[in-house]
Design a protein around this ligand. Structure first.
Ligand SMILES: C[S@@+](CC[C@H](N)C(=O)[O-])C[C@H]1O[C@@H](n2cnc3c(N)ncnc32)[C@H](O)[C@@H]1O
Length: 472
């Protein structure tokens, strides 16, 4: 009995000691990370703008998905944390989009879990994850292009409201020929690569303008003058995609991250799901992920970046069951369905829903008070976004191990001339859950890129990178 009590007391003492040691260690790692990040901008105060970093090389250029992150920035952030912590082996991104963080995590040889609510994002990310069966892919690409080119069938392989508005009849026939040809491929990864190329082909050959992410019909003159050869476009896009995947695989192979057959050595899960509810469990790392790195949407899909609208037309031509077993046609019941399922997409009762949250989040409360002078939809949009962002935090934290790090890149957009301090709001929401802010970096977004790529130059000029640690 005494022995047991002694052993228990000893156990408690050492557990206490362990916890203290790990706290001291965590603080030292915090300091190391903060110092390392500061030293980068000490040497160059424009460092975080990454003016020349937006070029999308290799796998990063597989698609033109909206609001993609700057690859070298994600690489630097992940690298600094991984180096300082020492034993990070897996990373999670709950808003993975087209997988910028995925590709960078793979280049570092890390395991990765990603999730997105948009099936197109899941398709592109799963394409980037491999396995890189390149010989098979090259043969498949050649065969599918030949098959589509030789197909004389005129049956249109999809139907949805507005098909005649968005596609010229000849384009719909060509896209159908490509779709039929892709369906003959038996390797799932090869089909995903082919669907990824088809998605970009649809974007380039539809009647919607390519200058905006929103669905916006081209002018009558433009439509009249336009000649689209979808099979040719597909051939060019596919060649580019295959080339990029070949180069990406070479990079990964050189660093020893690919097994001889072309499969990535780490574990990768890319899920279709709502990160407000749950995120993929860490699987290979039972303690939880060592790092979360993400960029949630900026705030309001309808006025900033409509990921769902952007994806609506491509998804009409892709076999949804090839993307993920949870994909179904309910995502496509309207052009705004995906956006309304996304963070901030459901505005109903948003102001009432955040009544309690405002008490614990002074910057949200102050923002909503300021916005009260504007038409009510402004404040309900901000409230809906913050409510949903808040609901995503429990699942995100649950996936992270104690003393794991989080890197969130957020934008403070302007609503009615007033800045919504998303960075401060997020800091308070995470602070309420016991996370510690370790570093905060303001970065400019080069205005040219914002204006042309995101069409939101008027609402946002900068982003904040926030780095937190989850406390025990
Ligand atoms: C800023 S983008 C991420 C871009 C990504 N970093 C990249 O480089 O491609 C935000 C993503 O969050 C996704 N999203 C929005 N609401 C979501 C939700 N509730 N659950 C999961 N993903 C969501 C959007 O579909 C979009 O792909």
């Amino acid at each position: 009995m005494t022995l047991v009590r002694q052993a228990t007391a000893h156990h408690h003492q050492s557990a206490h000691e362990d916890a203290r040691n790990s706290d001291v260690r965590a603080l030292a790692v915090d300091a190391l990370i903060a110092e390392e990040l500061a030293s980068l901008s000490d040497a160059d105060d424009d460092y975080w703008t990454f003016r020349r970093g937006a070029a999308r090389r290799q796998a990063h250029g597989l698609s033109q998905y909206p609001a993609m992150m700057v690859p070298p920035m994600q690489a630097v952030l992940m690298g600094v944390v991984a180096q300082a912590v020492g034993d990070i082996d897996s990373v999670i991104d709950p808003f993975v989009g087209s997988g910028t963080t995925l590709t960078e995590a793979m280049r570092l040889g890390l395991s990765f879990s990603g999730q997105d609510i948009n099936p197109l994002a899941v398709l592109i990310s799963r394409t980037k994850a491999g396995p890189f069966h390149l010989r098979r892919l090259r043969a498949s690409a050649e065969r599918v292009v030949a098959l589509a080119g030789a197909d004389r069938g005129t049956k249109v392989e999809t139907d949805f409201p507005g098909i005649d508005k968005w596609f010229q009849p000849a384009v719909a026939v060509d896209l159908s020929r490509i779709r039929r040809a892709i369906r003959t491929e038996t390797s799932l990864w090869c089909r995903r690569v082919l669907w990824t190329a088809l998605a970009e082909t649809v974007r380039l050959s539809s009647n919607s303008r390519t200058s905006t992410f929103k669905l916006h019909i081209r002018s009558a003159d433009d439509l009249e003058a336009r000649e689209v050869q979808a099979v040719e476009t597909f051939t060019e896009v596919l060649n580019d995609v295959v080339q990029r995947l070949t180069e990406e695989a070479a990079t990964l192979r050189e660093s020893g991250h690919l097994a001889p057959g072309g499969a990535y050595r780490g574990r990768i899960t890319i899920d279709l799901g709502d990160s407000m509810d749950t995120v993929p469990s860490p699987g290979s790392s039972p303690r939880g992920h060592g790092l979360l790195i993400t960029s949630p949407p900026y705030g309001d899909n309808t006025t900033t970046v409509p990921y769902g609208q952007y994806s609506y037309l491509p998804l009409q031509w892709i076999d949804l069951e090839d993307i993920h077993d949870r994909t179904d046609s309910s995502y496509l019941v309207s052009t705004y369905e995906i956006d309304s399922r996304s963070l901030g997409g459901g505005r109903k009762s948003a102001l009432e829903d955040v009544a309690k949250l405002r008490e614990d989040c002074p910057s949200l409360d102050a923002t909503l008070k300021r916005l009260a002078r504007l038409p009510a939809d402004r404040s309900s949009r901000v409230a809906a976004f913050c409510r949903d962002l808040d609901s995503s935090l429990d699942a995100a934290l649950a996936a992270l191990r104690t003393n794991g790090y989080m890197i969130w890149t957020v934008g403070n957009r302007r609503v009615g001339g007033d800045e919504v301090p998303t960075d401060q709001i997020l800091t308070e929401l995470l602070g309420n859950r016991g996370a510690v802010l370790v570093a905060s970096i303001q970065r400019h977004i080069p205005s040219k890129r914002m204006a042309t790529r995101n069409s939101i130059a008027s609402t946002m000029r900068g982003e904040t990178i926030l780095l937190f640690r989850k406390e025990g």
